[in-house]
Design a protein around this ligand. Structure first.
Ligand SMILES: [Zn+2]
Length: 184
């Protein structure tokens, strides 16, 4: 699959942001400014010198709306959520060649708040995946008790789990269930 800047890196930011809620563990991975700054750095974004409490709340609220876009019952619902986010944040498209001379578009938020930056990147990422590859490319883990999300970059759109640990947990459970049946 030829996933590009936005459909790969930016969409991954959207998924990682949603998963920072820790659906499986209940753990909050983005509780404070330090965690948000580290998250941004890990994803190639530059955090500002300080991130206020209100901004953390905005980021948590953004996360819920992104989760709703991933878990939408159909593509129209998902698209409506993403269009609303893009409309609210207001973006300035800019050409850049920062990653080695290939011109590509960056969507810079109208404001400077961190939550606006994350909204722009995450919403553009998901919007690009849907526009270029289809709604079926954004998914929710099929494992029981896990609601983590992912971008399906597999060749035949076959991905079902957020990561290997969920997939092996389900496989082990299925294996044990079969064994129990065989011995019964
Ligand atoms: Zn999972």
């Amino acid at each position: 699959m030829d996933f590009t800047h936005y459909s790969d890196e930016a969409a991954t930011i959207a998924a990682d942001l949603v998963n920072s809620r820790g659906s499986w563990s209940g753990f909050e991975y983005l509780p404070d400014a330090e965690a948000v700054a580290a998250f941004m750095q890990d994803h190639g974004l530059s955090p500002p010198p300080s991130i206020g409490k209100k901004e953390i709340e905005n980021i948590h609220a953004l996360r819920e709306r992104l989760a709703a876009a991933f878990m939408a019952p159909d593509e129209r619902t998902s698209v409506a959520i993403l269009n609303e986010l893009l409309d609210e944040v207001g973006t300035h498209p800019q050409l850049t060649d920062h990653d080695g001379g290939n011109w590509h578009l960056h969507y810079v938020p109208a404001g400077e708040a961190v939550s606006q930056q994350l909204t722009t990147v995450a919403a553009m990422g998901l919007a690009t995946v849907i526009a270029e590859h289809g709604f079926e490319r954004i998914g929710v883990c099929s494992a029981d008790e896990c609601r983590d999300v992912f971008i399906d970059t597999s060749r035949n759109k076959s991905r079902r789990y957020c990561d290997d640990s969920c997939s092996s947990r389900v496989n082990v459970a299925a294996y044990r269930a079969r064994q129990k049946q065989d011995t019964a």
